[in-house]
Design a protein around this ligand. Structure first.
Ligand code: ATP
Length: 436
């Protein structure tokens, strides 16, 4: 029998009243249907830790889809259900979501007796979870509201800040849990328990990750690289041997250490600009992680991880070109005349932010970092006042000639040799005269 005590006081103290109301409403639906309903998983873990987390997961002892649909009907919500997994997502009018799972329906099948849901089905359900800290549940039905169920010692592990699996075959059953262990350890500032760490090392030695599909591996990696401070997790993965089991070339990730640390700095700088542009942090770190890799190795890793085509065509597929640009710039700084703004512009044009930030992290030249900064904050927004239509009205025919004049004007704008519409107009005129 599990330890069970009420955390209603904690719920009332730590959760916003809106969240408490939602929990109670979900509980009421459970009462009306005669089903036990529990808040479970990361939501409960973070509540006990005092960390903000309003992603609610509930588990219904019984049919979760039926529960979700009933709740939605009476509360004006929509439902997306996944019958294959007996799960559903309640989408509330404000767009917030509640994940609903079902414990497996298990019946005592004795003839003549009405089927009853097996009492311990919640325990069964929680036993399939990754770590003890994620196995806590509290009931949200009215008569037991806030009653915490702790089958596997999750409370103690939260108190002692330990990430621990429930059983020895956990990582064999689902190898992606090795990444989840690192993610929780680093995010929460916990420690992977010594025995659990041994199980990870054994699993890695047994190459269990080889059997995991690319997409699942990539998703776990993305979750880590999207964390607020992923660097320690990256080196922890390296230390546990997780990275080489993705691809042998990732063995030397230590050589990329400088670039990985610089990436953190560059991303912090970028965030302070408060630009509207979205930047995928995980992609910048991914590029940093692969810094020392040859192009074929990089392509190999992308293949192994089934990186989606849209990410390849938007970002990763341009890596080689970006590295070429960086090299050319470095050569030019050593030998050639000073680099003009327009040259910076034409070099970086077409490269997505993620690659630009990676280049800034990678380069050892302060000037190049300044160029990236100048491009992101200023140059890429530069436009001429006279557009194609205005220039055609001045008598320039559409086609190569128009393209030539437009590029010339933009270059002059970028380099600051012209600054007004009047100057644009007279420059366009003299270009027309020259060409005729
Ligand atoms: P986060 O704050 O990152 O969302 P979380 O604990 O809510 O953390 P999710 O990835 O959203 O994690 O998963 C929800 C719950 O499902 C977890 O608490 C965990 O118990 C369970 N879970 C998720 N993935 C696995 C897995 N691979 N094996 C076992 N249980 C898992």
């Amino acid at each position: 029998t599990p330890k069970s005590h009420s955390i209603e006081g904690l719920i009332n103290k730590r959760l916003p009243s809106e969240a408490i109301r939602l929990l109670r409403e979900l509980g009421d639906t459970g009462d009306a249907l005669g089903l036990s309903v529990y808040a479970v998983g990361g939501f409960v873990r973070d509540l006990l830790l005092g960390m903000e987390n309003l992603d609610m997961d509930v588990t219904v002892e019984g049919d979760g889809i039926f529960f979700a649909e009933s709740f939605a009907r009476t509360h004006g919500c929509r439902v997306r259900s996944h019958p294959a997994f007996s799960t559903a997502v309640i989408v509330r009018p404000d767009g917030s979501k509640v994940d609903v799972a079902s414990t497996r329906l298990e019946y005592y099948e004795s003839p003549g007796v009405l089927p009853t849901v097996e009492r311990s089905s919640l325990r069964h359900d929680l036993y399939r979870r990754d770590f003890t800290i994620n196995t806590l549940a509290f009931c949200i039905n009215k008569d037991r509201f806030g009653l915490l169920t702790d089958y596997f010692g999750g409370q103690q592990d939260i108190q002692e800040r330990i990430v621990r699996v429930l059983h020895n075959l956990s990582f064999v059953e689902d190898p992606t849990r090795v990444f989840r262990a690192v993610r929780f350890e680093q995010r929460l500032g916990f420690h992977i328990a010594p025995h659990t760490e041994n199980l990870i090392r054994n699993a890695v030695r047994m190459n269990v990750l080889d059997k995991v599909g690319g997409t699942r591996l990539l998703n776990e990696l993305i979750l880590i690289l999207r964390e607020r401070e992923p660097v320690r997790a990256v080196f922890r993965m390296a230390e546990l041997g997780l990275l080489p089991s993705i691809h042998p070339a990732l063995k030397q990730v230590g050589e990329a250490e400088r670039v990985i640390h610089e990436t953190t700095q560059v991303l912090a700088w970028f965030r302070l600009l408060y630009l509207k542009d979205h930047c995928e942090q995980w992609q910048v770190y991914f590029l940093a992680l692969c810094d020392r890799l040859k192009q074929e190795e990089f392509v190999g890793i992308c293949k192994r991880l089934s990186v989606p085509g849209r990410v390849v065509s938007r970002v990763f597929g341009l890596r080689n070109r970006a590295l070429g640009v960086l090299e050319a710039m470095q050569r030019r700084l050593k030998h050639g005349p000073p680099i003009r703004n327009s040259e910076v512009y034409y070099c970086f044009q077409g490269l997505p932010l993620e690659l630009l930030l990676y280049l800034a992290a990678r380069t050892r030249h302060e000037e190049i970092r300044r160029f990236v900064s100048l491009y992101i904050t200023h140059l890429r927004q530069v436009r001429c006042t006279l557009d194609g239509i205005a220039l055609q009205q001045m008598g320039i025919k559409p086609g190569p000639e128009l393209g030539y004049v437009m590029k010339h004007l933009l270059t002059a704008r970028l380099d600051g040799t012209i600054t007004t519409t009047e100057e644009e107009r007279s420059m366009a005129m003299s270009l027309i005269r020259q060409s005729t």
